[in-house]
Design a binder for this molecule. Sequence first.
Ligand code: ADP
Ligand code: GLC
Length: 486
Amino acid sequence: MTKSGSAVKVLFVTTELAPFSKVGGLGDVAGSLPKALRQAGVDVRVVTPAWPGVLEKAAAAGLKTTTVKTKVYAAYDWRIHKAEVIKAEVKGVPTYFLKAEDYTGDMYPSQLNFWTASPFAVFCMQALELKDAIDWEPDIYHCHDWTSAFLPCALAWHRHYRQTGGKSIMTLHNVAYQGIFEPSPFLEASGLEPWSFSSSTMEFYGQVNLLKGGIVAASAVSTVSPTYANEIQTYESTRELSGILYQQRSKLRGILNGLDVKFWDPAGDKEIPAKFTVKDLKGKAACKRELLSRAGLDPNTEAPVIVCVSRLVEQKGFDMVFSAASQIAETGAKLLILGSGNDWIENGIMQASEAYPQSIKLFKGYDEPLSHLMYAGGDIFLMPSVFEPCGLSQMISMRYGTVPVVREVGGLRDTVFDVDRPEGGNGFTFQTCDAEGMMWALRRAVDRYNNDKTAWKKIMLEGMHEDFTWDKSAGLYKDMYEDLMQ
Ligand code: ADP
Ligand code: GLC
């Protein structure tokens, strides 16, 4: 509630929104947290760019859209950038897709420079202009990652917007991506005051760092798990940015992500061949057979199936996986990986699968339906991340009775607990960031699966019973909004 007793008005400013423009977990969060916040009594709305294909996906999903009469205009790089506002209700949340020529290229540029970063700055300004077009003014702009970090910077340092007022929150989903590029001609083109480019604001070793600016300028900062909130204040985790995060720690909170538990539900999932529940697990075996067939392997094997669904980037620790390929094959388990990303990681996995074709298989690419079959048909979910702000995949896998094997880091540490602790747990964990550490946990999991089916079922059920709803965390976000309104 605000002081006047009305619901807090929050505009979610996000460049990813599941299921229309999802690359990773940010899309999932933006596609599910707002609904939970509305249920908690927050007047939240969402604004997002209509990247190529987004409106088509919305139409295919049967979403009813209307074009708002007034367009939004933002001044940037000596030009007026116009966007059409397309409104839709997504899971009961008023959502605004901005359609403009600024959003016709790749969603995430491979090289960041003034030209490729500009659509993100324009998006933030158009989000700030939206209030007049829709006749609804947010109390708080809730921004996510570097791609919307220009918004808090604009509220603090832009010649025009710093006079308009408004509070902002910066949520850090992944501090490894900061939006760093050359300051020229950005500083002149963006309308930011020259003094915004200093070491205490958005300057970073002579470059612009949008995330650093957003962290400094925002009224509050959050990240997606309590452990990651602590880790990012250390040099070991975030290098040069750790000093700023430590300095800003009084406004930093760690709030664990939740899941859209209706969407990720083995009892009703349309993408899997047989449904299953905690009470009746039979369907899971049919999913496993289907998955093995898709992989060209014997569908009736007794061996455990280890699955990974992931972006193939350094963060996710796949070098540990392919350097341990022979040891994984020796366990007798089958390893199926779905993902795409860096060439060197894809090649490493390809080589491992060529060396052990009966044990390791890569499904290359991004494939939402197949991801559901992987979660449902696997026995073990492997996630040996180097760092992990929260991680949703390990939670999804637990919902589908697929037991996680993870490194104890970030949000993995807050959600997966080793079964061999005296108090028991829901998965297998390891600490050291190397293949030996990973194999120590993976071998324990494979042994348990092979030799103790009763214990295995207990671990599966432990994970399936976990509460991964947004309920608790939506309350914590609401508290953060209300604290800002005091
Ligand atoms: P991150 O956001 O770092 O990628 P998360 O675990 O938070 O990691 O979220 C990843 C999300 O993206 C999950 O919903 C996962 O199922 C999905 N995902 C990742 N890679 C793929 C892929 N290749 N195909 C389909 N879905 C994928
Ligand atoms: C990021 C992180 C991931 C987190 C997701 C959603 O992509 O890598 O750990 O779950 O954002 O917050």
